[in-house]
Write a protein that binds this ligand. Sequence first.
Ligand SMILES: *Cc1c(COP(=O)(O)O)cnc(C)c1O
Length: 339
Amino acid sequence: MHLSRFPRIFLAHLPTPLERLDRLTRELGGPEIWIKRDDCTGLSTGGNKTRKLEFLMAEAEAMGADLVMTQGATQSNHARQTAAFAAKLGMKCHILLEDRTGSNDPTYNHNGNVLLDHLHGATTEKRAGGLDMNAEMEALADHLRKDGRKVYTIVGGGSNPTGALGYANCAFELVGQANDRGLVIDHLVTATGSAGTQAGLIVGLKAINANIPLLGFSVRAPKASQEENVFNLALKTAEKIGCPDVVKRADVVANSDYVGPGYGIPREDTLQAIQMFAELEGILLDPVYSGKGAAGLIDYCRKGRFKKGERVVFLHTGGAAGLFGYAAVFADGHRTAAE
Ligand SMILES: *Cc1c(COP(=O)(O)O)cnc(C)c1O
């Protein structure tokens, strides 16, 4: 497998650091916890969409696009990073934002990622929750194409086989770092949403026979449908890179116990995870994705599902810009990490 055969615009700050979290490890008293800092990929405060967009935006450039369109929830990190990438390439960017949480909070609707979308020069347009957002986007794109625009559309989260290449590459990068330091990884965990991150990682891990189990903590869908989405995308991604048989259904494992009340709505354990990383490690998580993934990680350590002596790597997918859209959930008092 040779990813250089695919068009890519090199812009991410890579390799992202792989660091040990000593204070969190001590606090939890279980396995050794490591973090892969994909919150540090660059591009408008960083996050996991940078790696996907390197491949996606190369396709946009190759087709001579003058307008990039994508869609996501109001506080979409993917939308913000797409807006920044389009700015870098001198393309216009238009974003459809779905009201997935029903929040009327002006901070949620205008601060955080929304503020940054506009700062990067993107235009945004709201849609009611529950619509088929990719269909909405394609309908609008077709309309603009009839007016002569060259529109490149990106599915929600950048999760198609092209975007997932970025995470196959991340798997190679991570295993390379671990090999260079003599680190044996027993578990790799991450938040999983539109599935491209988990699908790309599993393809990369399996293609090099890394023998590292990957667990995705769902931020929205129930376990069965999340696993199905990841598996289907992994099959297509594996085929794209020329190793169609590497991923088996059993390799795809998700857990949806930490979603809480729903997508984009943090639960107490989400907020506690954010507080722990902030206070013990000086690292910012977010209330939609990485905070829920970390809540799962912390609970698995406390329950002994990850054991003392094992080494667990948490892939930090970013999202801290979203914190500023969620000021209200942090307003009701101070939590401390030890509580
Ligand atoms: C998009 C996103 C995820 C989920 O990644 P998928 O590839 O959509 O599964 C996780 N964390 C953050 C911060 C994100 O923005």
